[in-house]
Structure formats: structure tokens, C-alpha cells
Ligand binder design. Sequence first.
Ligand SMILES: Nc1ncnc2c1ncn2[C@@H]1O[C@H](COP(=O)(O)OP(=O)(O)O)[C@@H](O)[C@H]1O
Ligand SMILES: [Mg+2]
Length: 323
Amino acid sequence: MYNLPGSSKAVSVPDPGQTEPGQNLGTTTVSQARTVGEVLADSQVEPLLAELENELIGLAPVKSRIRDIAALLVIDRLRANMGLASQVPSLHMCFTGNPGTGKTTVALRMAQILHRLGFVRKGHVVSVTRDDLVGQFIGHTAPKTKEVLKKAMGGVLFIDEAYYLYRPENERDYGQEAIEILLQVMENHRDDLVVILAGYEDRMDTFFQSNPGMSSRVAHHISFPDYAVDELLQIAHKMLSSQNYVMGEGTAEVMQQYLQRRLVRPHFANARSVRNALDRARLRQASRLYADKDRVLTETDLSTLMPEDLLASRVFQQQSPTE
Ligand SMILES: Nc1ncnc2c1ncn2[C@@H]1O[C@H](COP(=O)(O)OP(=O)(O)O)[C@@H](O)[C@H]1O
Ligand SMILES: [Mg+2]
């Protein structure tokens, strides 16, 4: 993981399943595959698809779209093996949905799927926002955007809140320059770079209406629904167990009430709000345990969140407008 200059959000996550870029495909097995099963087995993409299915709660429509895209990619491989003329399929995507609905998480997995099937060389994700691409002064934007593109080559460029690139109220906005460079690269380097634009659905729609060039280059639009309370609760269980915590007696019920209240408050951010709530609950659990200096703490004590660890949240105090 590294940061781009001037950016705290840019991340790079290589596909841990592969070592050397470009080694996985094109030479031996996958290039000889004649069946879907052979491509799946040789590319080792199936465990990734299974992981996506099992580790992410809910998201049924998203998972089904990813399966469709994976099918397209696999068949494209088989067609190429047969020597059937084919253009590299356009794989640029748009992920729309509210904050915390899993867009970034799915983009990381998508990058790995693309990599294993040989559609990008490295499978890393470079995640940026407008400020990483657009400069403050004349002449600064092109080098900034090109630098980011250089880092993203061979992987996925994830542009969060992509519509901020376009500011129609300011006719001299440098965002337009970044968009034009992106458009060129999205067309000319589509065999080695996949761009995923992400953000709120309505703003993205407006952005595409004003930027038909961008709209025509994005082939796959995937919309991420908000989670229902029971899904958020399952996400909470999953997050806790991955950190070796569990909910003690009565905690799940309190968590459910917490979520019902949190859901209608300002700045609710789906699974991200769950993560934040659990972080705070762990702080409270730690203070609770810390208070008794002489008590021998068992494994259960250390790993159990109790109802009071959540009930102390401001969400349970009627008046307060924030958490
Ligand atoms: N379906 C899910 N199952 C489990 N955890 C999830 C799910 N969706 C999101 N998360 C978790 O919630 C947090 C926020 O997700 P993220 O992908 O950053 O959302 P977005 O990019 O849409 O704002 C991350 O920690 C992620 O692991
Ligand atoms: Mg995100």
C-alpha cells in the first residue's frame, strides 16, 4: 500500500494470489483452455467468486452482475483461444450507491478477478478523488492526472465521487482537462487499465448526462442498494468475528435497536457506520475492563461486547443529533 503525492486516500492493493505481473496467463494453460471449467480452474478465479459470494453479506444484485461480468470475461478468453476475432471488451464500470454500501470493497475484488483472468497485468487498485487528479493552477492538472494513470496502469483506477471532476458552474474548471485525459486513456489503454467511477447514483446520472463521452465508455453500471437492518446486523457479526470478538448475551438485540435508530440519523453510512459503532463499542469495553485493575480477565471477558458497551452510545439518548 502506498500513498500518491498529496493524497491520503490513494491505495494500492496487489492481488495476493499472484506473484509476478503478467505471469499468470497467456503462456500455458489458460491459453489452451477449451471449456469454461478449464478457464475457471487454470485462472483460479473460482475461489475469488466464491469469496465474493460468501464473505459479503447481502448485495444480491451486485453479486449477480459480477457473475455476469465474470462469465463475459471467461467466454472472451475462450473466444480468444479459438482465434475468434475480438476486441478487448470494454470493462470500465460505474458503481453507484450510498456511502458504506461496499463499492470500494467490491472494486478490490473486481480488480483481482480481472487480474486472474488476464485482463489487467497487476490487479492493483489505485483509489483517487478529484484532488488527486486536478491541480489548483494552470498546467498542473495534466501532469497530476498522468502521474495517477501511470500508477494505475495494469490495474484498476477507482475514482470516488467522480462527478466532482465536472463543475459546470465554473467554466474554467481544470476538472474538464482531467476528464479529457481520462477519456483518451480509457479508450487507448483499455487492454491494460480498467476505470471504475463511483458515487451517489443521482449525481452520477447527472454527470453522465453532461459527459456523454464518459457515459459511452462505461459499459457496466452496477448499483449498490442500502443494507436492511438484518443485513447490517450480520455485517456486525462478521466484522466482530474477524477481529476475534463476539456479542455477549443480549448484545445482538441492542445492536439491532442501535441500527434502527442510527439508520434514520444524519450521516448514516451503511456498513461503515456499523464499523464505526463497533470501534466505539470496543473502546467502551476496554474502559469497562480497565476499570477493575485486580480482576483476572478471561478470554471471554476480553473478547465479549456487552449490551452496555452499545447502550452508552448517544444514539440511545433521544435529543442528540449525532452519534
Ligand atoms: N456486504 C458487506 N459485507 C461485509 N462487510 C461489508 C459489506 N459491505 C461493506 N462492508 C464493509 O463496510 C465498510 C465500508 O465499505 P466500503 O466498501 O468502503 O463502502 P463504500 O466504498 O461504498 O463507501 C468496509 O469496512 C467493508 O469491509
Ligand atoms: Mg468507498
